[in-house]
Write a protein that binds this ligand. Structure first.
Ligand code: ADP
Ligand code: MG
Length: 248
């Protein structure tokens, strides 16, 4: 790893957030406080509303009720496009541009979206790629990279926007098992460097080791939230106990 800049992650607060698809509320009254520079892992069964929660944070899905505060200010006051410059998101599928090199994929964000001069955007991209361990792969197309490397390019691309918060939605679920560790290690590094991270994950080992806070969701609600120790060693609800017995 080359010289790594420190991040200045922002605080995030969800206040009674309710999201619906048509008449059906799939997230009900979710409240959550996230301190700057901390990692919150969201766990829970399929269909419990984890992805919807992330989509509510960056307004890919507009709330029916409630609010989200980023650095203490309502995200509803910003235009969604402006908000998404401040919140990076990494998905299960990397969605890289197939006909561009890794370097170009990362540089396009600061160049085309943020309007930085091209040379400066390329310099930022070089730095970010080096930070995710891919300096030697800058000229490769996505198809010539492994899944883990492609996901690291996607993370570098999100970081090139200098986000205040990073959202990860099952970022390692599509990877071959031997490639998962490298991506999780990178995510843990971002956390150590001060990024505010909200991580939806099935990797219970990562949640246990890296999270400052673990949130268990079921049926569109937060059932329990606490430290990894509280959630994994002393689960209170029958629902969480059952979930852990199925996944651990
Ligand atoms: P998770 O990420 O925890 O698996 P999701 O947030 O994807 O859960 O989904 C929560 C609920 O919302 C599920 O019942 C799902 O079927 C429903 N849902 C998700 N996306 C849509 C959609 N586009 N239209 C209608 N219902 C949806
Ligand atoms: Mg999901």
């Amino acid at each position: 790893m080359t010289t790594s800049t420190a991040f200045h992650g922002a605080s995030l607060e969800l206040r009674n957030l309710t999201l619906a698809y048509g008449p059906i509320e799939v997230l009900r009254n979710v409240s959550l406080s996230i301190e700057p520079g901390t990692t919150t892992c969201i766990i829970g069964p399929s269909g419990s509303g984890k992805s919807t929660l992330l989509r509510g944070i960056n307004r890919l899905h507009e709330p029916k009720n409630g609010d989200v505060l980023l650095a203490g200010r309502s995200v509803l006051k910003d235009k969604p496009d402006a908000l998404r410059l401040r919140i990076g998101m990494v998905f299960q599928h990397f969605n890289l541009f197939p006909d561009h090199s890794a370097l170009e994929n990362v540089a396009l964000a600061p160049w085309k979206v943020k309007g930085r001069p091209k040379a400066e955007a390329m310099e930022i991209a070089r730095q970010r790629l080096a930070e995710v361990g891919l300096a030697q792969r800058a000229d490769h197309r996505p198809r010539d990279l492994s899944g883990g490397q492609q996901q690291r390019v996607a993370i570098a691309r999100a970081l090139a926007m200098e986000p205040e918060v990073m959202l990860f939605d099952e970022a390692t679920s599509a990877l071959d098992p031997e490639l998962v560790k490298g991506v999780l290690t990178l995510m843990a590094e971002l956390c150590q460097r001060g990024m505010t991270m909200v991580v939806v994950t099935h990797e219970m080992g990562f949640a246990r080791r890296v999270a400052d806070q673990v949130v268990f969701m079921d049926e569109g609600e937060i059932v329990e939230a606490g430290t990894p120790e509280q959630i994994f060693e002393r689960p209170q609800s029958a629902r969480l106990q059952r979930f852990l017995s199925e996944v651990l």
